[in-house]
Ligand binder design. Structure first.
Ligand code: PXG
Length: 463
């Protein structure tokens, strides 16, 4: 066996990691004090660390491993492709079979009227492409002044300059600044911001915020509105049912392109192939990544409908945009095999009709726990809002502290859950079985009990 995990003791790996590896989104002082967790193997919904502990992956990696870890078919497909053609580019009037097959497959799976895709290496690159493409589109249409893009506070669209700017994370804007011509409106987060409005009334107020912003700026200056169908990194914020129909109407009425960022929602996460289907969104562009390859190799893209695609492919001249790895053959082979598995195993239908409703019922029951102010889930992505005094939606002081404590208990119990402030998030592989779902729910229950116990001891929660 030639596995890295068997060659080095955990502490050696941790020391070398601390000395040489700069991690994404990490406070290195505290990381290096606490040491990195070393993950060495994955299979299905489980991961193993370098000390041999088995951990349930409640986050499907980073919301991406939709078909579960360790599928040999993907490795075989990539192996074959690499022996055939390991790399060639798609610039300069060139193409290759896997990129053609993947583009064709995506056109088949995408909503009606979506027939073209631009490939990238990641979701961030997809959103950089969105920014440049929608401006190029309006310039080609003879309206170069339509260049402003509206995103949402607490939205997430990646961490390149364009991705971070389109996203609405103020901490990210503060580091390195923002691209010009981007504005943000409020998010449809009823639990935190709905006050005494019903969710439906609140959904309309949040959608109306787009129209108010458009009227303020001038529709003749606005290129596009970008949003996730359901905010993922922001805390699994499922919009009220009134929200998206009104956003559709506003974008059409004001001649603004609608971009549905499907990087998390796409490929079955919400119980349909697209979050846009689940929420009734009528987008013009759909950035994709993550579940496109279930994370086996890095690949993303932007799907465009014909009204955008026809303009990009005629009249605009050359679009000066592309990446060395746009349509990388091995990544395309991984994505193709992944899509084949999603289809042949009817994984998306299973999320919609079977395992999705099964988990949702159990998840909803967690809402009875004294710490949980709301339990929400769509498809197989859910959140629990931790609160000190239900049914009040008032938050704990020092936002994020309690979420962190809960996440630590979760790890100790052998489950990876993510904390976003004081919301606990899960987004497991879509292949999770009912037995594994029962196990996940039992681990969450134990974790909530452990957290409540710790909070009573520390005085954060009354006895
Ligand atoms: N759009 C959305 C909706 C995303 O969730 C991106 C774009 C960027 O994709 P890349 O491939 O460039 O990372 C994302 C990524 C988290 C977390 O902690 C979420 C993401 C990435 C890393 C961490 O929730 N989402």
């Amino acid at each position: 066996m030639n596995r890295i995990s068997n060659q080095f003791p955990t502490t050696d790996l941790q020391e070398a990691d601390a000395a040489h590896h700069l991690h994404p989104f990490s406070d290195h002082e505290s990381l290096n004090r606490e040491k990195s967790r070393v993950i060495v193997r994955g299979e299905g919904v489980f991961l193993w660390d370098s000390d041999g502990n088995r951990i349930m992956d409640g986050m499907a990696g980073l919301w991406c491993v939709n078909i579960g870890h360790g599928r040999r078919e993907i490795a075989d497909a990539v192996h074959e492709q690499m022996l055939q053609l390991s790399y060639y580019n798609t610039f300069f009037k060139t193409t290759h079979p896997p990129v053609v097959a993947l583009a064709q497959k995506l056109a088949e799976l995408a909503p009606d009227g979506f027939n073209r895709v631009f490939f990238t290496g990641s979701g961030s690159e997809a959103n950089d492409t969105v920014l440049r493409m929608v401006r190029h589109y309006w310039t080609t249409m003879g309206q170069p002044q339509k260049h402003i893009i509206i995103g949402r506070k607490n939205g997430y669209h990646g961490s390149t300059l364009a991705g971070a700017s389109l996203g609405g994370m103020s901490g990210m804007h503060a580091q390195g600044g923002m691209a010009e011509g981007i504005r943000h409106i409020r998010q449809p987060y009823w639990f935190d911001e709905g006050e005494d409005l019903s969710p439906d009334a609140f959904g309309l107020v949040c959608a109306k915020a787009l129209e108010i912003e458009i009227e303020l700026v001038g529709a003749d200056k606005i290129a596009a509105f970008i949003a996730e169908p359901m905010q993922g990194a922001g805390g699994v914020i499922i919009p009220p049912e009134t929200y998206w129909p009104e956003i559709n109407r506003i974008c059409k009425a004001h001649n603004i392109l609608l971009v549905a960022d499907e990087v998390i929602c796409g490929f079955g996460r919400t119980g349909n192939w697209w979050g846009s289907e689940t929420f009734g969104i009528e987008p013009d562009l759909m950035p994709i990544a993550k579940g496109l390859s279930s994370g086996y190799l890095p690949i993303g893209g932007v799907l465009v409908n014909d009204s955008v695609g026809d303009v990009i492919t005629s009249g605009g001249g050359e679009f000066y945009h592309g990446f060395t790895y746009s349509g990388h053959p091995a990544a395309c082979a991984a994505a193709l095999k992944n899509l084949e598995i999603l289809q042949s195993e009817r994984i998306v239908e299973r999320v919609r009709d079977d395992i999705g409703p099964y988990m949702q019922a159990k998840w909803a029951a967690l809402g009875e726990h004294p710490l949980v102010g709301e339990a929400r889930m769509v498809g197989l992505v859910g959140a629990l809002e931790l609160v000190p005094e239900k049914p009040s939606r008032k938050r704990f002081e020092n936002e994020g502290t309690i979420g962190g404590i809960c996440r630590d208990h979760s790890f100790k119990n052998g489950l990876i859950m993510r904390a976003v402030r004081d919301s606990m998030i899960i987004s497991p592989p879509l292949t999770i079985t009912k037995d594994e779902a029962d196990m996940l729910i039992a681990l969450v229950e134990k974790t909530l009990d452990d957290t409540a116990h710790s909070l009573r001891k520390s005085g954060h929660l009354s006895a």
